[in-house]
Every structure is written in C-alpha cells, then in structure tokens.
Design a protein around this ligand. Structure first.
Ligand code: NAP
Length: 281
C-alpha cells in the first residue's frame, strides 16, 4: 500500500492521479477531504494533519511506500516527523520530494531539504530523492499581471531556469513507487532546456496571442510585494535567496534524469503552456 502526502497540492496531486491511472489505489493523507473530492472512490482518503502524531501513525498503518511532500515554512519540521513515524510504522521505502541543488545547502530551501535527506539516509529506510528545479506551474503565479499588464514581474534578470513539468515529476515518482531499482537513487529533474523569464514570457505570449514582457524588479520591491500579499517573512526571505541564485544562472542546468527514468523526453514549456493557456487569458 502506498501513502501519498500533499495530494491536494501540485506534485502530490500528480502522483496520486498517475498512481490511480497506473491501477493503484493509494491512501491519501489530506487535511481536507472536501479539497480531495476528485479522488473519492479511486483512492482511500485519510483525513489528518502531518502535525498530528496519532493521525500520522494511523495513516501509516499497513503502508510500505510513502511519497513525502510538504510545503511552506513548517515543511521541514513536518517532514522530519513523518520520517520518524514512517520508521516506527515499518514503512519500507520513502520517495521524498526535495529540490535541485539540495546537496550544496547554499540557500534556505536547499538546507531544509538536505536536512531531511540526511535524516532519511541515517534512518535505515530505503529512500529515493527527487530533486526538481523550478516547476513550470510557478508561471501561474504571474497569471494576474499577465492578464492585467501583459507582464511578469520577477527579480531574476536574465537568469535562466530549466523549468520542469510537474507531470514529469509525478511520473518519476510513480516509477520509483511502483517499480524496483530506485532505492538509494537521487534524480535531478529538469525540463529539456533552460529559459530566461523573457523567453518564458514569449512562449506564453505566443499561446495567448498577445505580447508578454518580463519586467526585472529589484529584490527589495519583490520582497515588499510578497510581504504585502501576506506571505510569511521567513518564506519571503527564502524566496529572495532563491531568486538571487536564479539571477546568477545557477538554476539553468539541464539534467538527463527524467528521460533516463521514463524512457521518453522531458516535457517542454511550450507543451505545458499550450495545455494551460486558459490560465493566462
Ligand atoms: N515550486 C517549485 O518550483 C519547487 C521546486 C523544487 C522543489 N519544490 C518543493 O516542492 C514542495 C512543494 O510541493 P508542491 O508545490 O506540490 O506543494 P503545494 O502545491 O503547496 O502543496 C502542499 C501540500 O502539502 C499539504 N500540507 C501542507 N501542510 C500540511 C500538513 N500540516 N498536514 C498535511 N498536509 C499538509 C497541503 O495540503 P492543503 O491542501 O491542506 O494545504 C498540500 O496538499 C516543497 O518542498 C518545495 O520546496 C518546489
């Protein structure tokens, strides 16, 4: 039995959908069964919070494989609890969503993830680490300004990112959860090419039939905007660090791992945009 966390989110949702499409009936640990209604009947919905030790222990009963993802400021702490609970429950294999560059521990996101990678390495559990770069779906965060101003505001200059399609991350996770030979493996997951934000804007513009421009903003302005939008300060600081790394061109590396695991090419940004163009219109 496979337990998926984060099924109401981007990657956990992909993993759950693709496991079901592959004939599995996973258990999904969700805080809100209402939000997970689409999975009713095809998955076992288990209502619980990762921060609730009893719920977590019950959700893990009879589980041999765990797909572990959380988000936000508290994610690292929650994942650490889930790893301890998985070990106590006799789970065999944990597939953990991490981040590209975790090994350098250079920025906050990398430190959070590497900390829990190390915890898994020391746990005696089998593990697989998925280390994706920036998700293509992040573009949706600019949907409002694309609609309003025909613009993406982002403090990353000409820095390129080898954006990865969450569908590919989900597909690699499903391989790791349902086929053998992925224990102790680290997969760095990227798209097939690195794109600057203006190149991404051009692709979106072509799909929606009007030009989109990238407006490079100073990090301080980006910081103020995110704080005004209500994001917690610690999270905003971590994002500003990440933008600095992106601007410096350190998120541009293209990895062969999606193709190595799936035996097909990684999805392109053009293909992702054509499936999701409605979000920008
Ligand atoms: N975005 C990127 O470009 C990028 C790149 C590389 C790595 N990552 C990593 O990817 C992860 C985020 O993945 P994502 O985008 O799929 O996240 P997401 O869409 O924000 O979803 C997060 C999921 O975690 C669940 N969750 C949060 N707190 C929980 C709790 N206390 N108990 C139970 N469930 C809880 C949420 O449930 P609710 O629906 O109830 O809130 C949601 O289902 C992070 O670790 C991030 O560092 C992101």
């Amino acid at each position: 039995m496979i337990l998926v966390t984060g099924a109401t989110g981007t990657i956990g949702g992909e993993v759950a959908r693709q496991l079901i499409a592959a004939g599995q009936k996973p258990r999904l640990l969700v805080r809100s069964p209402e939000k997970a209604k689409a999975f009713e009947g095809t998955a076992e919905l288990f209502k619980g919070d990762l921060d609730d030790a009893t719920a977590l222990a019950n959700a893990l009963k009879g589980i041999d494989k765990l797909f572990l993802v959380t988000a936000g400021l508290d994610g690292a702490r929650l994942e650490a609890k889930a790893i301890d609970a998985a070990k106590a429950a006799g789970v065999k294999h944990v597939v953990k969503l991490s981040v590209a560059g975790a090994e350098y521990e250079a920025i906050t996101f990398a430190k959070w993830h590497r900390g829990n990678e190390k915890k898994l390495e020391a746990s005696g559990l089998a593990w697989t680490f998925l280390r994706p770069g920036n998700f293509m779906t992040n573009s949706v965060m600019s949907a409002d300004t694309i609609k309003r101003d025909g613009a993406i505001y982002s403090p990353v200059g000409d820095g390129k990112s080898a954006l990865v399609d969450p569908v590919d991350i989900g597909a690699v996770a499903v391989k790791a959860l349902t086929t053998s030979g992925h224990e102790g493996k680290i997969y760095t997951l990227s798209g097939p090419v690195a794109l600057s934000t203006q190149e991404q804007a051009d692709i979106i513009g072509k799909a929606i039939g009007r030009p989109v421009k990238h407006v490079d903003v100073p990090p301080e302005a980006a910081r103020d905007g995110m704080l005004k939008a209500g994001l917690p300060e610690g999270y905003v600081n971590a994002l500003i660090e990440l933008y600095g790394v992106m601007k410096a061109g350190m998120t541009a590396a293209v990895s062969p791992d999606v193709e190595k695991v799936l035996g097909r090419k990684a999805g392109t940004f053009e293909a992702w945009v054509s499936r999701n163009a409605a979000a920008f219109k």
